[in-house]
Design a protein around this ligand. Sequence first.
Ligand code: QAP
Ligand code: CO
Length: 168
Amino acid sequence: MAILKILEFPDPRLRTVAKPVGDVDETIKTLVADMFDTMKAANGIGLAASQVDVHQRVIVMDLGDDDIGPRVFINPEIEVLDDSISPYDEGCLSVPGFYETIDRPAHVIIRALDGEGNQFEEEAHGLLAVCIQHEIDHLEGKLFVDYLSPFKRHRIRKKLEKIHRQNG
Ligand code: QAP
Ligand code: CO
């Protein structure tokens, strides 16, 4: 069990594009376990490997729902099912203390490998659909603040940089 350091905006390492996982081997399983420990310790619901400076296509999620408990998505892909868009007040462990409303496709199909390396496919709407799109963005080096106006993004960057300076 290990709690990893979560990179925070504007750390340039968050801009790295993650590589597909080849084998779901013991190294990946250890990474997944450490990501769950890290996410829980930080009170998160979703975490991409990019956020802990591991640039492989791995996501963990725990929406705390009865249906959707701890979930692993390796090499995830989504297909947008229709034109409907939903707004959601998003946050991010890499942008602590900031929440903004983001519009995203409301209905998607997720195709991925689970924590055992088995392929699965699942239709998603609501929080699961929002969260998987947010986390796949991390694997592409993208953050939710990229959807905001340059003014808002700059303000968030300055506030976080000040906090980082104060924390040494
Ligand atoms: C991504 O985010 C997400 O600012 C996961 O102080 C969020 O787990 C997807 C967190 C909302 C969809 C909707 C954020 C914890 C956790 C903070 C998170 C904070 C403490 C964010
Ligand atoms: Co995030």
